[in-house]
Design a protein around this ligand. Structure first.
Ligand SMILES: [Fe+2]
Length: 335
Protein backbone atom coordinates (compact mmCIF):
# COMPACT_ATOMS: atom_id res chain seq x y z
CA UNK A 1 0.00 0.00 0.00
CA UNK A 2 1.40 3.36 -0.87
CA UNK A 3 1.59 6.22 1.57
CA UNK A 4 -1.43 8.52 1.44
CA UNK A 5 -1.55 12.22 2.07
CA UNK A 6 -3.96 14.00 4.37
CA UNK A 7 -7.23 14.87 2.72
CA UNK A 8 -8.85 18.29 3.29
CA UNK A 9 -11.94 16.50 4.63
CA UNK A 10 -9.93 15.28 7.58
CA UNK A 11 -9.80 18.74 9.09
CA UNK A 12 -13.19 20.03 8.01
CA UNK A 13 -14.93 19.37 11.32
CA UNK A 14 -12.26 21.21 13.23
CA UNK A 15 -12.13 24.26 10.99
CA UNK A 16 -15.88 24.61 10.56
CA UNK A 17 -16.37 24.52 14.31
CA UNK A 18 -13.69 27.10 14.97
CA UNK A 19 -11.16 24.63 16.28
CA UNK A 20 -13.65 22.46 18.15
CA UNK A 21 -15.52 19.43 16.94
CA UNK A 22 -18.95 18.88 18.45
CA UNK A 23 -20.12 15.61 19.95
CA UNK A 24 -18.05 12.75 18.58
CA UNK A 25 -20.57 10.63 16.72
CA UNK A 26 -20.02 8.25 13.82
CA UNK A 27 -20.53 11.22 11.53
CA UNK A 28 -17.99 13.41 13.29
CA UNK A 29 -15.52 10.53 13.57
CA UNK A 30 -15.81 10.11 9.82
CA UNK A 31 -15.47 13.82 9.10
CA UNK A 32 -12.42 14.04 11.36
CA UNK A 33 -10.82 11.09 9.62
CA UNK A 34 -11.14 8.61 12.50
CA UNK A 35 -13.55 6.38 10.61
CA UNK A 36 -13.68 5.85 6.87
CA UNK A 37 -16.41 7.90 5.19
CA UNK A 38 -16.81 5.11 2.66
CA UNK A 39 -16.48 1.80 4.48
CA UNK A 40 -15.63 -0.01 1.26
CA UNK A 41 -13.09 2.44 -0.04
CA UNK A 42 -9.40 1.70 0.37
CA UNK A 43 -8.47 5.09 -1.02
CA UNK A 44 -9.04 6.94 2.22
CA UNK A 45 -6.83 8.11 5.02
CA UNK A 46 -9.04 6.48 7.62
CA UNK A 47 -9.18 2.79 8.34
CA UNK A 48 -12.22 0.89 7.22
CA UNK A 49 -14.40 -0.07 10.19
CA UNK A 50 -13.91 -3.76 9.37
CA UNK A 51 -10.14 -3.55 9.79
CA UNK A 52 -8.15 -5.76 12.10
CA UNK A 53 -4.53 -5.22 12.98
CA UNK A 54 -1.76 -6.26 15.31
CA UNK A 55 0.98 -4.70 17.41
CA UNK A 56 4.17 -4.32 15.38
CA UNK A 57 7.12 -5.91 17.18
CA UNK A 58 10.81 -5.81 16.16
CA UNK A 59 11.12 -9.59 16.22
CA UNK A 60 8.60 -9.73 13.35
CA UNK A 61 10.03 -6.96 11.16
CA UNK A 62 11.89 -9.21 8.75
CA UNK A 63 9.23 -11.90 8.45
CA UNK A 64 6.55 -9.30 7.71
CA UNK A 65 8.64 -7.90 4.89
CA UNK A 66 9.89 -11.20 3.49
CA UNK A 67 6.74 -13.34 3.80
CA UNK A 68 3.92 -10.83 4.20
CA UNK A 69 1.07 -11.16 6.67
CA UNK A 70 -2.69 -10.94 6.25
CA UNK A 71 -3.39 -7.86 8.36
CA UNK A 72 -5.11 -4.54 7.75
CA UNK A 73 -2.91 -2.35 9.92
CA UNK A 74 -0.10 -2.30 12.44
CA UNK A 75 0.11 -0.30 15.64
CA UNK A 76 3.33 0.99 17.21
CA UNK A 77 4.12 2.73 20.46
CA UNK A 78 5.12 6.28 19.53
CA UNK A 79 7.98 6.58 21.98
CA UNK A 80 9.79 3.56 20.51
CA UNK A 81 10.31 5.62 17.36
CA UNK A 82 11.30 8.96 18.86
CA UNK A 83 14.88 8.50 17.67
CA UNK A 84 15.59 10.22 14.37
CA UNK A 85 16.95 7.20 12.51
CA UNK A 86 18.34 3.72 12.82
CA UNK A 87 16.99 0.23 12.37
CA UNK A 88 13.49 0.78 13.81
CA UNK A 89 12.80 3.58 11.35
CA UNK A 90 14.21 1.64 8.39
CA UNK A 91 11.83 -1.22 9.07
CA UNK A 92 8.85 0.94 9.96
CA UNK A 93 9.33 2.95 6.76
CA UNK A 94 9.35 -0.22 4.66
CA UNK A 95 6.33 -1.67 6.45
CA UNK A 96 4.44 1.63 6.26
CA UNK A 97 4.87 1.61 2.49
CA UNK A 98 2.55 -1.38 2.26
CA UNK A 99 0.40 -1.27 5.41
CA UNK A 100 -1.84 1.14 7.26
CA UNK A 101 -0.53 2.36 10.61
CA UNK A 102 -1.78 3.43 14.02
CA UNK A 103 0.51 5.38 16.35
CA UNK A 104 -0.25 4.77 20.01
CA UNK A 105 1.35 7.15 22.50
CA UNK A 106 2.13 5.96 26.00
CA UNK A 107 4.14 8.83 27.44
CA UNK A 108 2.39 12.15 26.82
CA UNK A 109 0.81 12.17 30.29
CA UNK A 110 -2.53 13.52 29.08
CA UNK A 111 -3.95 12.95 32.58
CA UNK A 112 -1.15 14.75 34.39
CA UNK A 113 -1.88 17.78 36.52
CA UNK A 114 1.01 19.78 35.09
CA UNK A 115 1.57 21.06 31.57
CA UNK A 116 2.37 18.68 28.71
CA UNK A 117 6.05 18.33 27.92
CA UNK A 118 6.49 20.48 24.78
CA UNK A 119 9.49 18.44 23.62
CA UNK A 120 7.52 15.20 23.87
CA UNK A 121 4.64 16.74 21.97
CA UNK A 122 7.00 18.06 19.29
CA UNK A 123 8.54 14.60 18.85
CA UNK A 124 5.09 13.08 18.53
CA UNK A 125 4.24 15.68 15.91
CA UNK A 126 7.38 14.83 13.93
CA UNK A 127 6.55 11.13 14.05
CA UNK A 128 2.97 11.71 12.92
CA UNK A 129 4.13 13.98 10.12
CA UNK A 130 6.69 11.40 9.03
CA UNK A 131 4.42 8.36 8.88
CA UNK A 132 0.96 9.88 8.32
CA UNK A 133 -0.79 7.18 10.37
CA UNK A 134 -4.49 6.46 9.99
CA UNK A 135 -4.96 6.67 13.77
CA UNK A 136 -3.21 8.44 16.65
CA UNK A 137 -4.13 7.58 20.21
CA UNK A 138 -3.15 8.17 23.82
CA UNK A 139 -4.39 7.19 27.27
CA UNK A 140 -6.49 8.60 30.06
CA UNK A 141 -3.52 8.34 32.39
CA UNK A 142 -0.46 10.19 33.60
CA UNK A 143 3.21 9.19 33.79
CA UNK A 144 5.14 12.41 34.33
CA UNK A 145 5.28 14.94 37.13
CA UNK A 146 7.78 17.77 37.53
CA UNK A 147 10.05 16.29 34.88
CA UNK A 148 10.16 12.83 36.52
CA UNK A 149 8.86 9.98 34.37
CA UNK A 150 7.31 6.80 35.71
CA UNK A 151 7.32 3.76 33.50
CA UNK A 152 3.63 3.10 33.88
CA UNK A 153 0.19 4.46 33.05
CA UNK A 154 -0.96 5.92 36.36
CA UNK A 155 -4.60 6.53 37.31
CA UNK A 156 -6.48 9.80 37.24
CA UNK A 157 -9.00 10.84 39.91
CA UNK A 158 -12.16 11.50 37.92
CA UNK A 159 -13.21 14.97 39.07
CA UNK A 160 -14.45 18.05 37.24
CA UNK A 161 -11.06 19.68 37.83
CA UNK A 162 -9.30 16.71 36.22
CA UNK A 163 -11.77 16.76 33.34
CA UNK A 164 -10.93 20.41 32.63
CA UNK A 165 -7.20 19.66 32.62
CA UNK A 166 -7.53 16.51 30.49
CA UNK A 167 -9.68 18.36 27.94
CA UNK A 168 -7.12 21.16 27.76
CA UNK A 169 -4.36 18.61 27.17
CA UNK A 170 -6.36 16.77 24.50
CA UNK A 171 -7.10 20.04 22.72
CA UNK A 172 -3.45 21.08 22.93
CA UNK A 173 -2.39 17.75 21.47
CA UNK A 174 -4.94 17.89 18.67
CA UNK A 175 -3.94 21.46 17.85
CA UNK A 176 -0.27 20.46 17.76
CA UNK A 177 -0.92 17.44 15.54
CA UNK A 178 -3.56 19.13 13.38
CA UNK A 179 -5.89 16.16 13.73
CA UNK A 180 -8.26 14.44 16.10
CA UNK A 181 -6.91 11.73 18.39
CA UNK A 182 -8.39 8.80 20.29
CA UNK A 183 -8.17 8.45 24.07
CA UNK A 184 -8.14 4.98 25.64
CA UNK A 185 -10.06 3.90 28.72
CA UNK A 186 -7.65 2.82 31.49
CA UNK A 187 -7.11 -0.41 33.37
CA UNK A 188 -7.96 0.20 37.02
CA UNK A 189 -6.53 -1.40 40.12
CA UNK A 190 -8.11 0.97 42.61
CA UNK A 191 -10.80 3.64 42.75
CA UNK A 192 -10.14 7.08 44.18
CA UNK A 193 -12.48 8.30 46.93
CA UNK A 194 -12.27 11.71 45.26
CA UNK A 195 -13.62 10.46 41.92
CA UNK A 196 -17.16 11.77 41.53
CA UNK A 197 -17.67 11.28 37.77
CA UNK A 198 -18.22 7.76 36.42
CA UNK A 199 -15.44 6.85 33.99
CA UNK A 200 -17.81 6.37 31.06
CA UNK A 201 -19.29 9.85 31.68
CA UNK A 202 -15.82 11.37 32.03
CA UNK A 203 -14.72 9.92 28.70
CA UNK A 204 -17.96 10.86 26.94
CA UNK A 205 -17.76 14.44 28.19
CA UNK A 206 -14.10 14.67 27.17
CA UNK A 207 -15.04 13.49 23.68
CA UNK A 208 -17.97 15.92 23.53
CA UNK A 209 -15.88 18.92 24.58
CA UNK A 210 -12.78 18.23 22.51
CA UNK A 211 -14.05 16.27 19.52
CA UNK A 212 -11.60 13.49 20.20
CA UNK A 213 -12.64 9.90 19.64
CA UNK A 214 -12.38 7.04 22.11
CA UNK A 215 -10.24 3.92 21.98
CA UNK A 216 -12.20 1.19 23.71
CA UNK A 217 -9.89 -1.41 25.24
CA UNK A 218 -12.17 -4.29 26.15
CA UNK A 219 -9.48 -6.10 28.10
CA UNK A 220 -9.09 -2.95 30.22
CA UNK A 221 -12.83 -3.09 30.84
CA UNK A 222 -12.59 -6.71 32.01
CA UNK A 223 -9.55 -6.01 34.21
CA UNK A 224 -11.13 -2.93 35.79
CA UNK A 225 -14.50 -4.58 36.33
CA UNK A 226 -12.91 -7.52 38.15
CA UNK A 227 -10.53 -5.43 40.25
CA UNK A 228 -13.17 -2.89 41.24
CA UNK A 229 -15.89 -5.55 41.58
CA UNK A 230 -18.16 -3.99 39.02
CA UNK A 231 -19.94 -5.23 35.90
CA UNK A 232 -18.04 -5.16 32.62
CA UNK A 233 -21.33 -5.32 30.69
CA UNK A 234 -22.75 -2.36 32.62
CA UNK A 235 -19.62 -0.38 31.77
CA UNK A 236 -19.93 -1.20 28.08
CA UNK A 237 -23.65 -0.41 28.10
CA UNK A 238 -22.79 3.06 29.44
CA UNK A 239 -19.86 3.63 27.06
CA UNK A 240 -20.24 6.29 24.38
CA UNK A 241 -20.18 3.78 21.56
CA UNK A 242 -20.64 6.32 18.78
CA UNK A 243 -17.33 7.92 19.76
CA UNK A 244 -15.35 4.68 19.48
CA UNK A 245 -12.78 4.90 16.68
CA UNK A 246 -10.75 1.82 17.57
CA UNK A 247 -10.97 -1.26 19.79
CA UNK A 248 -8.10 -2.97 21.59
CA UNK A 249 -8.21 -6.68 22.45
CA UNK A 250 -5.44 -7.91 24.73
CA UNK A 251 -4.66 -10.52 27.34
CA UNK A 252 -4.20 -10.18 31.09
CA UNK A 253 -2.77 -12.31 33.88
CA UNK A 254 -4.19 -13.24 37.26
CA UNK A 255 -2.15 -12.41 40.36
CA UNK A 256 -3.35 -14.69 43.17
CA UNK A 257 -2.58 -13.52 46.71
CA UNK A 258 -4.20 -14.26 50.05
CA UNK A 259 -7.15 -15.89 48.35
CA UNK A 260 -7.77 -12.83 46.19
CA UNK A 261 -7.16 -12.42 42.47
CA UNK A 262 -5.97 -9.18 40.96
CA UNK A 263 -6.15 -8.99 37.20
CA UNK A 264 -3.00 -7.45 35.68
CA UNK A 265 -3.20 -5.78 32.28
CA UNK A 266 0.10 -7.18 31.00
CA UNK A 267 -0.60 -7.78 27.28
CA UNK A 268 1.24 -11.07 27.55
CA UNK A 269 -1.31 -13.56 26.24
CA UNK A 270 -4.26 -13.95 23.92
CA UNK A 271 -7.52 -12.12 24.72
CA UNK A 272 -9.60 -14.11 27.18
CA UNK A 273 -12.92 -15.76 26.29
CA UNK A 274 -14.71 -13.03 28.26
CA UNK A 275 -12.99 -10.33 26.20
CA UNK A 276 -13.99 -12.05 22.96
CA UNK A 277 -17.60 -12.46 24.17
CA UNK A 278 -17.88 -8.78 25.12
CA UNK A 279 -16.26 -7.78 21.83
CA UNK A 280 -18.70 -9.87 19.83
CA UNK A 281 -21.63 -8.31 21.68
CA UNK A 282 -20.24 -4.78 21.26
CA UNK A 283 -19.73 -5.19 17.51
CA UNK A 284 -23.22 -6.64 17.18
CA UNK A 285 -24.68 -3.63 18.98
CA UNK A 286 -22.45 -0.76 17.84
CA UNK A 287 -21.15 -1.98 14.50
CA UNK A 288 -17.65 -2.72 13.28
CA UNK A 289 -14.66 -0.69 14.41
CA UNK A 290 -10.96 -1.02 13.54
CA UNK A 291 -9.70 -3.62 16.00
CA UNK A 292 -6.19 -4.26 17.27
CA UNK A 293 -4.77 -7.44 18.75
CA UNK A 294 -2.51 -5.81 21.36
CA UNK A 295 0.33 -8.07 22.52
CA UNK A 296 3.44 -6.53 24.10
CA UNK A 297 4.99 -9.13 26.48
CA UNK A 298 6.02 -12.70 25.69
CA UNK A 299 5.34 -11.91 22.06
CA UNK A 300 4.38 -15.10 20.17
CA UNK A 301 5.22 -16.10 16.59
CA UNK A 302 3.71 -13.88 13.92
CA UNK A 303 1.37 -16.70 12.90
CA UNK A 304 -0.25 -16.70 16.35
CA UNK A 305 -0.96 -12.98 16.12
CA UNK A 306 -2.29 -13.45 12.59
CA UNK A 307 -4.72 -16.10 13.85
CA UNK A 308 -6.07 -13.71 16.50
CA UNK A 309 -6.45 -11.06 13.80
CA UNK A 310 -8.37 -13.57 11.69
CA UNK A 311 -10.72 -14.24 14.61
CA UNK A 312 -11.39 -10.51 14.98
CA UNK A 313 -12.00 -10.25 11.24
CA UNK A 314 -14.57 -13.02 11.40
CA UNK A 315 -16.46 -11.18 14.13
CA UNK A 316 -16.21 -7.92 12.19
CA UNK A 317 -17.63 -9.66 9.13
CA UNK A 318 -14.56 -8.78 7.11
CA UNK A 319 -13.25 -10.98 4.30
CA UNK A 320 -9.69 -12.19 4.53
CA UNK A 321 -7.38 -10.39 2.15
CA UNK A 322 -4.50 -11.88 0.26
CA UNK A 323 -1.02 -11.62 1.76
CA UNK A 324 1.32 -9.20 0.07
CA UNK A 325 2.60 -10.44 -3.24
CA UNK A 326 6.23 -11.58 -3.47
CA UNK A 327 6.94 -8.64 -5.76
CA UNK A 328 5.99 -6.31 -2.94
CA UNK A 329 7.94 -8.11 -0.27
CA UNK A 330 11.27 -8.95 -1.77
CA UNK A 331 13.29 -6.15 -0.31
CA UNK A 332 14.19 -6.06 3.33
CA UNK A 333 16.10 -3.16 4.83
CA UNK A 334 19.61 -3.86 6.02
CA UNK A 335 20.00 -4.24 9.75
FE1 LIG B 1 -4.95 -0.99 25.00
Amino acid sequence: MSRMTHSPEMYSARTQAGGRIPLATDASLRSSGLLASDPESAATLALKPRSAGMSLKPQHYRQILSDGVDVDFFEVHAENYFGAGGTPHRYLTAIRERHALSIHGIGLSIGGAGPLNPDHLAQLRMLVDRYEPQLVSEHLAWCESGGAYFNDLLPVALTSEALDIVCQHVEQTQDALGRAILIENPSNYLAFEQSDIPETEFLAEMARRTGCGLLLDINNVVVSAHNLQRSAQDYLDAFSMDAVGEIHLAGHSNDERNGLTLKIDDHGSAPSAEVWDLYRAFVHKAGARPTLIEWDQDVPPLEVLAQEVATARTILGAPSSQPNSPRETNHVPAR
